[in-house]
Write a protein that binds this ligand. Sequence first.
Ligand code: ADP
Length: 245
Amino acid sequence: MGGRATDMVLLDENGIRCDGRRIDEPRSVSIKAGVLKNADGSAYIEFGDNKILAGVYGPRDIHPKHLSDADTGVLRCRYHMEPFSVTERKNPAPSRREIEISKVIKEALAPAVMLERFPRTVVDVYIEILQADGGSRCAALDAASVALADAGIPMRDMVSACAAGKVADTIVLDVNNEEDQAGQADMPIGYMPNLNRITLLQLDGVMSLDEYKQCIETGIRGCKLVYEIQKKALMEKYFDGEAEK
Ligand code: ADP
């Protein structure tokens, strides 16, 4: 978390951020559904400079068997960073951070997936971070949601994710890596747009109650923008470009 000297650089006197965006402007997002032939469902996302691939298998038999639940299906998620995804080679073994993010992504997706329809089975979600640039858990969640829909898994809603944060005492949409490192707060949000329910809410940093409310509203606005791009990706796959018309 940086002090004021850093904040001056993060937001200039014209309200322009270090990567040229306005305070309410997200990075560019593009999603492609169904990019892997061998997985049941898949998606590739570019969220700013984040590049992430998600692959889904299931519902299928669960191994080891003792993990099965007679009443409902099981959702498993793995968030994994490739060694080349950050500037210093990352050890490919799962870090504490990756284990935590795998858990929060699973918990953010679970309310949307109708697991009760598939007792004794598992749905596996594998997420590979090819390139990370701040906000990778949100982008991973966006790709995983599209991959689940692409696999034909029944869902109550899409989960759309985007972060908001505080930089130079100002609430901004979609925090990038520099803002994450040197800014005052980062708040990743996962949201089901049709059910108006938050499924992921984390906060790293300090803010007032008013800022907190404004930050949630800003993040949800970002989620709704991402939702349109997620739907377009699925339409493009299943309706062969009809989404454009
Ligand atoms: P998120 O990617 O969801 O914002 P963090 O706040 O933990 O999660 O990480 C912020 C950013 O820090 C990541 O997107 C990535 O660019 C960078 N980062 C994370 N882990 C490492 C690492 N092991 N080495 C270098 N950079 C990293």
